[in-house]
Design a protein. Structure first.
Length: 109
């Protein structure tokens, strides 16, 4: 997983709203890794950082994992190659959704 290059299919682009919780607006691109199953039986979810416009697909490097302690899921954090974020930056950028969970960030670099 460390340094793994993945392609994220973005189904919730930057500026869109959560389909079940319309008060949640996505300030970053969010999607899933096609063909990679997560613990919930669905495809692995991923936050895309370092991209400042809405996209439908993004290929980048997995730089961190957000491990949710009170949920079965965890989230991959994907960024352009050569772009790194601190734990604090990741926490701030994903707070819009992660605020509802007890989570821990593991950096992969």
């Amino acid at each position: 997983m460390i340094g793994q290059i993945v392609t994220v299919t973005v189904d919730r682009p930057l500026g869109s709203f959560h389909p079940e919780y319309p008060n949640i607006c996505y300030p970053i691109n969010y999607g899933y890794i096609r063909g990679t199953l997560a613990a919930d039986g669905e495809e692995e979810d991923a936050y895309v950082l370092g991209v400042t416009e809405p996209v439908s697909q993004f290929t980048g490097k997995v730089i961190a994992i957000i491990n949710r302690k009170n949920d079965i899921e965890h989230k991959w954090v994907v960024a352009p190659e050569g772009v790194l974020f601190t734990m604090e930056e990741i926490a701030n950028l994903t707070y819009f959704q992660e605020q509802y969970f007890e989570s821990e960030i593991t950096l992969l670099y």
